[in-house]
Ligand binder design. Structure first.
Ligand code: ZN
Length: 275
């Protein structure tokens, strides 16, 4: 389903987890981010890309290596893959692939392409690294915290910021890597808004927004939630920690698990005996 569209950007949204896939139409190339989840949803993206491609080269950008984001990798053969060094050197590639296989088996899903972990052609190793294709420059920033291999991409001339699993309109921070890194990544997000003329923000889950006020609000909401959670965990304030779990929308065994993981990581990084 198309969630957002302007003359250069089309954002598809899966029925599952409101996961997004952005198709960016630059003068000299087409960029596709995290194509996902269900076969007919990926076919819709394939059809759209085939329609607009017009001989232009395809680039596939992965915002991170979580299985929902890499599930459509081989649906675009021949595309050049952009990803972080952390993605290329992911320590648990087989585990991520097993999650895809398990999902497909659970729902009797058949795909028309093989499942594989992305092989990165253009590796992003540092903040501010750029890639220029024709007249379009992409600037990349590492965004660890949610996962170790996160990547922010700003497509300068078009003012598009592809944020991966941060700054959603509804999803609160899920820390699978590091709370400290997550906080630093949110500060980086503030700097991105300061230094780049961002016109549109595409999160990995939820609504695309063209409002700068809304982008700033999302950063603040994440920062505020993390601060309160870290504070409550450090004080061992069980009641507040519980209330913070209840703030997570779409309560489920998934959000319960994520909340427990958030707490465990915060305890490790900020608890007694930690550095
Ligand atoms: Zn995700």
């Amino acid at each position: 389903m198309i969630q957002f569209q302007n003359d250069r950007l089309t954002v598809f949204q899966s029925a599952l987890y409101q996961t997004t896939c952005a198709v960016v139409e630059a003068d000299e190339f087409i960029l596709i981010t995290d194509p996902n989840w269900l076969p007919y949803e990926i076919e819709e993206i394939q059809r759209y890309v085939a329609q607009i491609q017009n001989g232009r080269e395809l680039y596939l950008l992965f915002t991170h290596g979580d299985f929902d984001h890499i599930i459509g990798y081989h649906a675009f053969p021949g595309a050049k893959v952009i990803g972080s060094k952390g993605l290329q050197e992911h320590p648990n590639k087989e585990q991520k692939l097993n999650l895809i296989r398990q999902f497909d088996n659970d729902y009797y899903i058949k795909r028309s392409y093989p499942i594989a972990f992305p092989e990165v052609d253009i590796m992003i190793e540092e903040d501010g690294q750029q890639l220029t294709i024709g007249g379009t420059t992409m600037t990349f920033y590492l965004s660890p915290g949610h996962t170790h291999d996160g990547l922010f991409t700003v497509i300068g001339q078009l003012g598009i910021w592809i944020a991966g699993d941060y700054v959603s309109d509804f999803e609160l921070p899920f820390i699978h890597d590091s709370a400290k890194s997550y906080e630093e990544t949110l500060q980086k997000a503030e700097r991105i808004l300061h230094f780049h003329a961002v016109k549109v923000l595409v999160p990995g889950h939820g609504q695309t927004t063209a409002s700068e006020e809304e982008m700033k609000r999302r950063i603040r909401v994440s920062q505020d939630y993390l601060e309160r959670l870290i504070c409550a965990v450090m004080k061992e304030d069980v009641e507040t920690v519980q209330a913070l779990e209840e703030e997570l929308p779409f309560p489920s065994s998934f959000t319960k698990e994520c909340h427990a993981k958030n707490i465990a990581i915060i305890q490790q990084e900020y608890g007694k005996g930690s550095k």
